[in-house]
Structure formats: C-alpha cells, structure tokens
Design a protein around this ligand. Structure first.
Ligand code: KG4
Ligand code: ZN
Length: 342
C-alpha cells in the first residue's frame, strides 16, 4: 500500500510517501524556524498561513522524488493532533480535500505516535516492547510501548516540557530560537561545575519530571550572579543547564528500564537530537547492557515521514483503519495513552 503523510502540527510542513512493503520512498519538509525566529517563538497564525503556502509544492516535490503519481496513492494520513489548532486544521483540510478529490481513504494520526515510532524508520530498528522517552517542545513523557497503539504512560512532566525549558533558558541567555541546538552548542565551550543548577525531581521515586524550576534557576543566575554576562559565562550557564537536564532525563530512563524490566530504550522528539543526551545514554547503555535507539537526526524534529510511517504500520495491521470519511476534526489536546491498536 502506498501511504501519503501530511504533518502540520506546529512550525514544520512535512509531506511523505511510505510504501508498506518498501518503506520510505520520499519526503519533503519546510521548516518555518527562520520566520518565527524574529518573534522568539512560534506565532500560531503565521504558522497556519505558511502551511497553506507550502503544502502543494511539497506534495509535488515528494511525488517527483518518489516517481509515483497521485493516482497510485492508496491512503492519506494526516496529523490530527495534538498541536496548534489552526496549523492542524490546515493539514487536515488539505489532506481531506485531496482524499475527497482522489476518492482515497483517510487516517488521522497522533503526532506523538509519529515521534514514538520514528526510530523504527532507522537502519537498525528496535523490536517491541521498549521504553520510550518522548522529549519534544511540547511533551516530555516516558512510555512503555508494547506494539503499535499499545502505549502505557509511565511518567510525564508536571509543568514545562524539556524542549520548552531549552527554548526558554536559551532566550534568557540571549541565544537564538529554537534554543535547544543553541544551548547545546554553547555548552560545549562551558566549564562544568562553575555553576550548579538543581536536578528537579531526581529523587522523586516516580517517573515524572518538572522543568519550570530549572528555567527559573537559570533566570536567577542570569539576573543575580552575573553582571554583564560575557560569552564564557553564557557557555558556563549553558553547560550547567545541559548537565542538569541530561542527568535528570537519563536517571528517569534508567528507573523506567528498571521498573519495567525492559532492555530497550528509544528516544524520540526534537530533544532526542541533543548530543550530550545521546553521549550520556550511550555510555549508560554500554555500562548497563541495554539497547538504546534513536531516530535518524533528520527525523528527530517534526516531519511528514514519521506520520506516513505510523499510518503505514497501522494499515499493515488493519487495512480497514483508513476510511472514506472526509468530515475531519482536529484534536489540539489528545493524550497518547488513549490510542488503541489498529
Ligand atoms: O519534536 P519537535 O520538533 O517539536 C515538537 O513536537 O515540539 O521538538 C522541538 C524541540 C524544541 O524545543 C527544540 O529546542 C528542541 O526540540 N531541540 C533540541 C535540539 N534540537 C531540537 N533540544 C536540545 N538539543 C538539540 N540538539
Ligand atoms: Zn513534534
């Protein structure tokens, strides 16, 4: 089956074609980062309008790169939620309009399911079951994954998401948007131990997280401890932030593996691109003998491939999961553990 995927939940427009037997055939992506950078964060109305402009050219690009035609598509999948309501509506109406015109069945996909299954697109995919750490701009969750649509929430953030803490702390340090890659790069030049930031909920004995205090600690440091913050000081604070963040994320992953007795850990979402996190988890995996799996770097942040791929996995299990139903609704808030198997 040939599955078209459409992603538009936030500030990336992504289109992809996945064949249920051959895998990913082609994908095209437009990031709005440069457009939103001037505002220091995503402006929802601008995001929606840009998705409208990008959808058709990206679809044409994907078809061209894959050598397939619209007529060959068997099903159309789109991100139904969670995300920005306006941005989701653009992708859903584009996908459903296309489906109606072409008489193809539709499938709404959960954005986080896309992230969660994206490491399965890699050359060495993990087998089920596994523990997944989902770390993006909007979510920080630990899940037990027993199969497609079989997700159990183990823990989540009580306030800010990890990516959000990266972005907000970067802003406090006067770094660019998005803040994750900027702080990560800056931290490489920082001296460890110059500043010590709190490790929120490190000893909480559950698998929940809290990152708003960490961001506030950065604020306090920037305001009180440093007059005329110089580049080296910024790098030292970035180092302290990354060290605190990585220690908490890694410790909770270890606790989740211990509690579930599982031996495979999957990292997904934008913060999964973070080199310091990957280094810490790779070292722990070698020491404690568990497997750690990441999506390819290009599939860590939002993209259409993960949406088409999640739909393809669902359709493989149940070809009737897609329906000729074009009356779409989007779900800006949609808990992942309410999903069911296909
Ligand atoms: O998954 P994603 O593209 O979008 C959401 O679904 O939220 O994640 C975006 C988040 C942003 O907060 C960004 O700062 C963070 O991922 N991010 C990183 C890195 N690359 C992206 N955080 C830390 N280190 C990185 N290298
Ligand atoms: Zn995402």
């Amino acid at each position: 089956m040939l599955v078209l995927g459409v992603e538009s939940s936030c500030d990336e427009t992504g289109i992809a074609l996945v064949d249920t037997e051959l895998g990913l055939l082609a994908h095209a992506l437009h990031s709005q980062v440069a457009m939103h950078a001037a505002y220091g964060g995503v402006v929802p109305e601008l995001a929606s309008r840009d998705h409208i402009r990008r959808a058709v050219p990206l679809l044409q690009q994907t078809l061209k790169d894959s050598g397939r035609t619209l007529a060959q598509i068997d099903a159309i999948a789109y991100t139904q939620g969670p995300g920005l309501a306006g941005a989701l509506l653009v992708g859903a109406s584009f996908a459903c309009g296309l489906g109606l015109a072409l008489d193809k069945p539709m499938l709404g996909i959960h954005h986080l399911e896309g992230h969660l299954l994206s490491p399965l697109l890699a050359s060495k995919p993990p087998a089920f079951p596994f523990v997944a750490l989902l770390v993006s701009g909007g979510h920080t969750q630990l899940m037990r994954v027993d199969g497609v649509g079989r997700y159990t929430l183990l823990g989540e953030t009580l306030d800010d998401a990890a990516g959000e803490a990266f972005d907000k702390s970067a802003k406090l340090l006067g770094l660019g948007y998005p803040g994750g890659p900027e702080i990560s790069r800056m931290a490489e030049f920082g001296d460890p131990g110059v500043y010590k930031l709190p490790r929120p909920m490190l000893h909480s004995k559950d698998l929940n997280f809290s990152f708003s205090g960490l961001k506030t600690a950065v604020l306090t440091l920037v305001k009180n401890k440093i007059t005329n913050i110089c580049e080296q000081d910024k790098a030292n604070v970035a180092r302290a932030f990354v060290d605190a963040m990585v220690e908490v994320l890694a410790a909770k992953c270890m606790a989740a593996l211990r509690d579930t007795g599982l031996k495979r850990l999957v990292i997904a979402g934008g913060v999964g691109a973070n080199v310091q996190l990957r280094e810490a988890l790779n070292a722990a995996a070698a020491k404690r003998r568990f497997g750690v799996f990441y999506p390819e770097l290009e599939f860590c942040t939002d993209n259409g491939a993960m949406i088409a791929f999640a739909a393809a996995l669902r359709l493989k299990e149940n070809p009737d999961a897609a329906k000729r139903d074009y009356a779409f609704n989007v779900l800006p808030r949609w808990p992942l553990d309410t999903l069911r198997a296909a």
